[in-house]
Design a protein around this ligand. Structure first.
Ligand code: ATP
Length: 254
């Protein structure tokens, strides 16, 4: 198995706060890697460093043979790397279908003039995007919301639309920042099934998540962070039994 994503010795401080300190992370093809840790552990900062939203003080990020360090977030979808955000960033007035279509625009070649003139290529590409978006809307069981503006969706459905929009770009690796936030137990189980199916379809995942039952159910490997550092890494069973993890994360004395 080869590593799709390799993060080496990445660090970032804000003033006196070392948000991420010398973190290494590898994600193998076709796997789900969870990154867990208490609030403020540095998980989102790590995601921001991988995706170019934050510049590292030191360290490197390699994805599919490309050095990502210094690249802008806008360049990453065309390499096959997508992410979601902790709070859903949907366009509130657009429907679910339209929001998902936004994720797939990298596949279109139509540009400003052809868009403005509604040339045949633009119309053809728009049809293809609708078909692609509807497939994903079905896959995530959101068909009954397809024509609903994002602002009118329950919080749980908004999280799923974020995932659908990420998948619309046909990524090799999708980074998910707390996808289960705001989901109830049955929605979380549904999400677990979806993420399992996504991995089975060949898309690798990095999952930042507080919901331990979700993490333990679907992760291949787990990285545990605390105060900017990796304090444990391993298989779900190993991590669950790790004394340092139980102390730092679960608040349980070993
Ligand atoms: N832009 C910033 N400016 C200043 N401090 C920051 C910034 N971003 C993150 N930090 C600090 O870095 C540390 C790590 O924050 P981060 O959001 O990465 O943690 P997290 O593990 O994702 O937490 P949570 O689970 O609560 O989302 C925190 O102490 C946070 O206050």
């Amino acid at each position: 198995m080869s590593a799709l994503l390799t993060v080496r010795g990445i660090s970032r401080s804000y003033g006196g706060v070392a948000a991420v300190q010398s973190v290494d992370l590898e994600v193998d093809e076709g796997t789900i890697r969870a990154v867990i840790g208490p609030n403020g552990a540095g998980k989102t900062t790590l995601l921001d460093l991988v995706t170019g939203f934050t510049r590292p003080d030191e360290g490197s990020v390699e994805f599919c043979g490309h050095q990502l360090t210094g690249m802008s977030p806008r360049e990453l979808p065309s390499l096959g790397l997508m992410r979601t955000f902790q709070s859903a960033r949907l366009v509130p007035t657009l429907t679910v279908r339209q929001n998902v279509m936004l994720g797939a625009y990298r596949f279109t070649r139509a540009r400003f003039f052809s868009d403005a003139l509604r040339l045949p290529r633009t119309r053809r590409e728009e049809c293809e995007l609708v078909v692609r978006a509807d497939e994903l809307v079905d896959f995530l069981d959101l068909r009954h919301f397809a024509d609903t503006p994002a602002q009118d969706l329950p919080a749980g459905a908004q999280r799923l639309v974020e995932v659908a929009r990420g998948l619309a770009a046909a990524p090799k690796l999708l980074l998910l920042d707390e996808p289960a936030a705001g989901l109830d137990d049955s929605e979380t189980r549904e999400l677990a099934d979806v993420l399992d199916a996504v991995r089975a379809g060949g898309v690798s995942l990095v999952l930042i998540e507080h919901n331990m039952s979700l993490v333990l159910a679907i992760s291949d490997r787990i990285t545990v962070m605390d105060a900017g550092r990796v304090i444990a890494e391993g298989l779900p069973n190993e991590v669950r039994e790790d004394a340092a993890v139980r102390k730092a994360y679960l608040g349980v004395a070993s």
